[in-house]
Structures are given as structure tokens and as C-alpha cells.
Design a protein around this ligand. Structure first.
Ligand SMILES: [Zn+2]
Length: 79
């Protein structure tokens, strides 16, 4: 029996979510502390962050990009 899923390199991508609804990520960020303190387009503050696993090896430098998905945070008090 072949096992093909062994030792695939992966890293956790940090995605930060801003008050305006934008989310940005940069593959070189190790934690949200390294992210931009405010939205690059709207200057709004961070309201949360999220991680997602990506196959590959984390690059030393990366471009800050708009995350393609709208991420909904469960913020409890907001309805
Ligand atoms: Zn924005």
C-alpha cells in the first residue's frame, strides 16, 4: 500500500482582517504582529486574524496581498 501524504512541507499563512472587511496576507508573516497595523486601502484597524495551512515552504520575503475570500469573524456581540 502506497502512502503519498508523507512529509509534505507546509506552513501557516497569517491572514489579518480589518474593520472595513478587507483581509490581507503575506506569506512571510509568522504572526499577525508582523502585519500592517491598518488596512492598506482604507486605513481601518485590525479586528482579527486567522491562519490557514498552505503547502510549500514559507518564503523569506513576500508581497502583502488581498485575501480572495471574505472572512467572517464570529465576534459575539455583533448582530
Ligand atoms: Zn479595507
Amino acid at each position: 500500500m502506497l502512502v503519498e501524504s508523507h512529509r509534505v512541507p507546509r506552513y501557516e499563512r497569517v491572514i489579518v482582517i480589518y474593520k472595513c472587511g478587507c483581509s490581507f496576507y503575506n506569506d512571510s508573516w509568522v504572526s499577525s504582529c508582523e502585519s500592517e497595523p491598518s488596512c492598506l486601502e482604507h486605513g481601518q484597524a485590525i479586528i482579527g486574524d486567522k491562519g490557514e495551512w498552505v503547502h510549500g515552504i514559507r518564503p523569506d520575503t513576500g508581497e502583502t496581498k488581498h485575501h480572495p475570500f471574505k472572512i467572517k469573524l464570529n465576534l459575539g456581540g455583533l448582530k
